[in-house]
Ligand binder design. Structure first.
Ligand SMILES: [Zn+2]
Ligand SMILES: [Zn+2]
Length: 137
């Protein structure tokens, strides 16, 4: 049976239901992810659009250009402000979902970590996870 997953905002009204495992999980230490999450790094899971079962609840969006100059659209709960998912214009067949929004300690681990040039110095990452000073692209 395919695993069913649910990501949700802090107050719970915005939810994304998905099935299956993420295509890729990535941790990002860029300063934008630090500010976006309020955490010292962001963790993103990438799913194919066909894995999205439903997006439920109210959400607002905010758009910015990524480092490549391509648009990123962030979806967040208007009540509690959690950024639950986002979309990249150049990979429109995928949805990015915040790993923390699953609140699932058994969620698949990252297979890469990026923007390590701005990683907090005290934070260790396992040597088994390939790390990149900037984007891995
Ligand atoms: Zn909320
Ligand atoms: Zn980032």
């Amino acid at each position: 049976m395919t695993v069913q997953r649910q990501a949700a905002c802090h107050c719970g009204q915005l939810r994304v239901r998905l099935h299956g495992d993420p295509v890729l999980v990535s941790s990002c230490h860029c300063r934008a992810c630090q500010r976006r999450t309020g955490a010292v790094f962001g963790s993103t899971s990438f799913f194919w659009r066909y894995q999205v079962v439903a997006i439920e609840g109210e959400h607002r969006t905010w758009r910015r250009a990524g480092d490549s100059g391509r648009w990123l659209t962030f979806h967040f709960c208007p009540t509690c402000g959690s950024n639950v998912f986002w979309e990249a214009a150049h990979v429109s067949n995928m949805l990015s979902v915040a790993v923390g929004a699953f609140a699932d300690p058994t969620f698949p681990a990252p297979s890469r970590t990026v923007w390590c040039e701005s990683k907090h110095g005290w934070l260790p990452f396992p040597d088994s996870i390939p790390s990149h000073p900037k984007s891995s692209a």
